[in-house]
Structures are given as structure tokens and as C-alpha cells.
Design a binder for this molecule. Structure first.
Ligand code: PLP
Length: 394
């Protein structure tokens, strides 16, 4: 008999997937140019030139070597490059031996959940959060506990203190955030670190902080993303090249265990074991070699910044209320009625595909993925205006 949990995941609904499927069908019906599809976080900026260059060089070389198995944990040169890059970015002395190369952030998150939690233990996530956290945590036999945000959509740390329990094994943060674009400030991380340190003492066991950072370089107006390992020793960074290098289909990222974590060797082994048990060994060999040559490069972020500005200005002028995003490529907009799903349905009538926020653990908003062409944004603004008029916003 199939396990009940697997059946439940198979049948569970995802607004994002449903909207994307609706969008594909609608584009066939009325033409892609007539549908304003803001549903999916697929990068709209090409990978930087160094990626193509590296691919060409690699593919004109020794085919057997390029496509061979690598060490399960990743190529030594790439692990070294990642540790150096992290060191240069945040001044924390990350070690190559503590870098595990993964098949994207999804594999990293799922492996961490399996490695760092016992069945029945709890992981805490702050709303709004990436919906897959629930699946990864439940897949590890754990329970996802959610904490609401403050008005500014930062983690509500007073609520975190209430949510922590003897069963807490893991706390997950995401900065910059999908779906809100909010960056966790140094002040927020400092207090979070203090709260977790106190809780570890109180409960007498480690609580690991997993920082999911696939949008780390997609930041605007001179912002930077503070490094969690600077504020809390029991930190693990989960990274992906899906967004920063526009390579989501290539499935490549890494986990980096904090250099000040006392039991880091055991934690790294547990991560490697969990990844192995899930079949996530040996991230794509060709991509590992590409990334080794391109570490530190980023797609052209100015394109996303222009899109953000255009959309933010246009929507505000229509009377909508938005959270100005500091990073990632999502705009979180307040739904002008309490039911975000109903608002998203109404937006569809204007061919606007906006994801209701309920899947992210918070009601009352929609997520607008602005990783689309500038032309799509410009042409969508009259549709947004017509929608705003229906609600008497302008
Ligand atoms: N974490 C967040 C916050 C994301 O938005 C995504 C993808 O959209 C992922 C993780 C998964 O990234 P990857 O494509 O590397 O598996």
C-alpha cells in the first residue's frame, strides 16, 4: 500500500503550479503576448557570458572527464572556490571541507531537514515562506511550526520566543525572501542569534539555523545580505545558482556548514548521509566545472531593478499597496479584499496571473514575479489599472 503521506503530497494543491498550468493553457488560447504571467520565478535575464564561455571550453575538451562522476560531496576545486567566495563576501572563514555541492537549493534544504531533525521534532519557518519547506520538513518526519511576521514582514522574534520548544531542532530563514523581497537586517539576525543561543541553553540541545539564500546577489540600491554565520555559530547556508546565474534547470547549488559550529564534522557527515539516502549525490558534473570557473559572477541585476521600479511605481499610482522589495524578483502586494484567492481569480479576468499568498503561510497578499520582460510590465499596467478601478482604488 502507498504511504498516506506520499499520497497526500501527490494530491496536495499548489496555487503556483495551478496558476502556471492555467497560464500555459490561456497562452495557447489567446496568444502568449496577451497573458501577463507573473506566476513563476524563472529568471528572465540570460546567464552571464562566462557561463557560455566555460561550457564551450569544457565541451571541446575531454568528454569522459567532463561527464564523469565526481566525489559525492562535489569537486575539490569547486568546494575551495565556494569557501573562498563566502570568506570574501562576509569575512567568515568558511572551510572547503564543510561545503557540500547539491542539486540546487531544493536538494540542499531537503537533505538538511533529514540530517538535522529526528522524526517528531519541529522546524520553525517565518511567514511568508517558500511553500516547499513544509514538504521538506514533513518528508523528514518533522513538523513545520510557522511564526507570523511583523508589520514590515520581518520575522516576529517575540512570536519566535513563544514558538520555540524542547522539540525545536531547526529554524529556517530565507533572505532575500521569496515572496516578499525583504532582506533580514543585521539587527534582526543579531537578536535571532541571541534568542536561539538562549534556547539552546534552556533546552540543552543544539538548534540549527538554516539560511536559504538563492537570491543573495539579487539585491538593489546598494543593499547587502548579512551573513547568518556572523551572528549564530550553529548556522548552515543553503545556496543555489538557479537565480544568480540564471541556471534553474541545471540543478546546482551548495550547503556550507558554519566554521564556528562545534559539532560541524558530525553535522557535515549527517548532511552527506542524508543526501546519499535521498539519492542526491554527485551534483551535475558539467555544471560543477562551469561554476568553478564562474564563481562570483552574477546575471545582470539591473534588469530586475528596472522592472521592480517600473512595477512598484505603476501599481502605487493605481492605488495598490506594495511592500517595496530590497531583493529577489518578487513584489508582494496587498490584496484589496481579505480573500487573496478571490482577488487572484478576479485578476485573471484581466489576464493578470498573480499568486495568492496563502501558499506562503500568510493571507491577504499576492506575489508578483517580475522576472519578465520590461515590455510585459509596461503592457500589463493598464490591466492593473482596470483591476484597481474595480475596487475603487483609483
Ligand atoms: N528556496 C527558495 C526561497 C526559492 O525561491 C527556491 C526556488 O524558487 C528554492 C529554494 C529552490 O531553488 P532551486 O531551484 O535551486 O532548487
Amino acid at each position: 500500500m502507498l504511504p498516506a503521506k506520499s499520497l497526500a503530497w501527490g494530491q496536495s494543491k499548489s496555487c503556483i503550479r495551478e496558476l502556471a498550468a492555467y497560464g500555459s493553457a490561456r497562452k495557447t488560447e489567446i496568444g502568449a503576448e496577451n497573458v501577463f504571467d507573473f506566476s513563476i520565478g524563472n529568471p528572465s535575464v540570460p546567464a552571464p557570458a562566462c557561463v557560455d564561455k566555460a561550457l564551450r571550453e569544457l565541451l571541446s575538451g575531454d568528454s569522459l572527464a567532463v561527464h564523469s562522476y565526481t566525489a559525492a560531496v562535489g569537486l575539490p576545486g569547486l568546494r575551495r572556490a565556494v569557501a573562498e567566495d563566502l570568506r570574501a563576501r562576509c569575512g567568515v572563514p568558511f572551510e572547503p571541507e564543510m561545503v557540500y555541492v547539491t542539486c540546487g537549493a531544493a536538494a540542499g534544504l531537503a537533505s538538511c531537514a533529514r540530517a538535522l531533525m529526528q522524526p517528531g521534532e519541529e522546524a520553525i519557518a517565518f511567514a511568508p515562506f517558500f511553500p516547499e519547506y513544509r514538504v521538506f520538513v514533513e518528508g523528514a518526519g518533522g513538523v513545520l511550526v510557522t511564526v507570523p511576521p511583523t508589520e514590515a514582514l520581518l520575522p516576529d522574534l517575540d512570536a519566535l520566543e513563544q514558538a520555540l520548544s524542547e522539540k525545536t531542532a531547526l529554524v529556517i530563514v530565507n533572505t532575500p525572501n521569496n515572496p516578499s523581497g525583504v532582506i533580514l537586517t543585521a539587527d534582526c539576525l543579531r537578536r535571532l542569534g541571541q534568542i536561539l543561543s538562549d534556547a539552546q541553553q534552556r533546552f540543552g540541545h543544539p538548534i540549527y539555523l538554516l539560511s536559504d539564500e538563492p537570491y543573495r546577489e539579487l539585491v538593489y540600491d546598494g543593499q547587502a545580505v548579512p551573513c547568518v554565520a556572523d551572528f549564530y555559530d550553529n548556522s548552515v547556508i543553503c545556496y543555489s545558482f538557479s537565480k544568480s546565474l540564471s541556471l534553474p534547470g541545471e540543478r546546482i547549488g551548495y550547503l556550507a556548514v558554519g566554521p564556528r559550529m562545534e559539532d560541524r564534522q558530525a553535522v557535515f557527515s549527517a548532511i552527506a548521509g542524508a543526501a546519499r539516502a535521498s539519492g542526491y549525490v554527485n551534483a551535475p558534473s558539467l555544471m560543477q566545472r562551469v561554476i568553478e570557473r564562474c564563481i562570483g559572477a552574477t546575471s545582470d541585476v539591473s534588469v530586475y531593478r528596472r522592472n521592480r521600479d517600473l512595477l512598484l511605481e505603476g501599481l502605487t499610482a493605481c492605488g495598490f499597496t506594495c511592500v517595496p522589495p530590497d531583493g529577489a524578483f518578487y513584489l508582494f502586494m496587498r490584496a484589496p479584499e481579505s480573500d487573496a484567492k478571490a482577488f487572484s481569480e478576479r485578476a485573471k479576468k484581466h489576464e493578470l496571473l498573480l499568486v495568492p499568498s496563502d501558499d506562503f503561510g500568510l493571507g491577504g497578499y499576492v506575489r508578483i514575479a517580475y522576472c519578465v520582460s520590461e515590455d510585459t510590465i509596461r503592457r500589463s499596467l493598464p490591466a492593473f489599472r482596470a483591476l484597481a478601478e474595480e475596487y475603487g482604488l483609483c
